[in-house]
Design a protein around this ligand. Structure first.
Ligand code: ADP
Length: 201
């Protein structure tokens, strides 16, 4: 069937959308253990961008795993499919001119590499939220570590499933050393040139 899918030539390009929005679009991918601080930091980054008039959207477990990916488990092959679909959704969001933030554990290096292939290298900013498993377990925001220790959750990243540390992330945040505010400012500083904000004055 694939050979019969012929793309239509739409007249509004990504560049047209960027011009209209006065900024570029790309994907910020937050990876790290559960409870490391991905959503907390992404949320503050998004608020700061929103205040600057940037069009943004955040994808996370709540709006993806409960919706489009509610057929997927935490087994390795489903985790891979989970990330692939999120990358494809991100690709559409980027095309639509939206600065996209994605906060997912995404423990496998090959899956994160695949995101880059889907959205293109220069649209991908990998942000490693580096928090030790001990600290994540101490925070235990969602009570998942306790359940994992009790054997109620299998495939818990950091406990009974691996987390492959990013080798060369664009940004690394050590949350045991910096505040949420400082982390968000570091990220904003890094992405500011990438936004290519055009002044309309
Ligand atoms: P994740 O999205 O990675 O699963 P969350 O953002 O839901 O993690 O939870 C992280 C928890 O850690 C929050 O309760 C947050 O307030 C807390 N926390 C403490 N210090 C920091 C920090 N420096 N950066 C991010 N989160 C922090």
């Amino acid at each position: 069937m694939k050979e019969h899918i012929i793309p239509h030539d739409y007249q509004i390009s990504r560049e047209d959308r960027h011009k209209k929005n006065s900024h570029n679009s790309f994907l910020m991918w937050f990876t790290g253990l559960s409870g490391s601080g991905k959503s907390t930091i992404a949320n503050v980054v998004e608020q700061k961008l929103f205040q600057k008039g940037i069009k943004t959207y955040t994808l996370d477990g709540d709006n993806i795993r409960k919706g489009i990916n509610n057929d997927l488990t935490f087994a390795p092959e489903d985790r891979t499919e989970n990330i692939r679909r999120i990358a494809e959704i991100s690709n559409l969001m980027i095309d639509a001119g939206v600065v996209t933030l994605a906060a997912f554990v995404s423990p496998y290096k090959k899956d994160r590499e695949n995101i880059k292939n889907i959205v293109n290298d220069d649209n991908f900013v990998e942000i490693y939220i580096n928090t030790s498993v001990e600290e994540c377990e101490r925070r235990d925001v969602k009570g998942l570590y306790k359940k994992a220790r009790a054997g109620e959750i299998k495939n818990m990243t950091g406990i009974s499933a691996p987390y492959e540390v990013p080798e060369n992330p664009a940004i690394e945040i050590k949350t045991e050393e910096v505040t949420v505010e400082d982390a968000a400012n570091t990220i904003i500083e890094y992405i500011l040139p990438k936004l290519k904000i055009e002044s309309n004055e």
